[in-house]
Ligand binder design. Structure first.
Ligand SMILES: [Zn+2]
Length: 173
């Protein structure tokens, strides 16, 4: 059926077996969605959250750069963390956008399990880079806490350690 001359552009929907265009994001008849959609949704949220965080991060960096406190060593360490986090976030943003536009040669509805797994594996790399950039941001905040007072710093560090503990606990599941 797939090789029939007049229907060469269409494929069978795995949901209802009707003819659909291979690049459709869902079947217009039965609403079947290819598994690649889970990667698509994840990449979409990554792009959105990363661009928001990057915007705030760059605004904070510009603020610090134009402030006289920038020569304080604690502020410099904090901005070092934030600069690293911003570069990572920019990388995640670009990577997620590139992956989202990845071409499926056989079409989305014909993507094989291997295609899906490969895309998901790449998404996981992006998620890790995203997590590292969040940790770097938190580290910068904790360091900046000491700039205000030792109490601020200790509380920020305790919360950061608590957060890492919760994350590690969740990752083990
Ligand atoms: Zn269908």
């Amino acid at each position: 059926m797939r090789n029939a001359p007049l229907r060469s552009e269409c494929v069978n929907c795995p949901g209802c077996n009707g003819q659909v265009y291979p690049n459709a994001r869902e079947c217009p008849r039965c609403g079947y969605q290819p598994a690649t959609n889970r990667s698509d949704e994840l990449l979409g949220s990554l792009v959105m959250v990363s661009s928001i965080l990057l915007g705030f991060g760059l605004a904070a960096l510009v603020q610090v750069a134009s402030d006289e406190t920038r020569n304080d060593s604690l502020v410099q360490v904090a901005t070092g963390f934030w600069t690293a986090a911003s570069v990572l976030l920019a990388g995640v943003l670009i990577g997620a956008e590139v992956l989202r536009r990845a071409d499926y040669h056989r079409g989305r509805l014909m993507a094989t399990v291997e295609d899906d797994d490969r895309l998901w594996a790449r998404c996981e790399w992006l998620l890790w880079a995203f997590a590292v950039s969040l940790v770097a941001t938190a580290a910068g905040v904790a360091v900046l806490g000491f700039f205000f007072s030792n109490v601020h710093g200790v509380i920020a560090c305790a919360l950061a350690v608590l957060m890492l503990g919760v994350l590690a606990h969740m990752a083990r599941r």
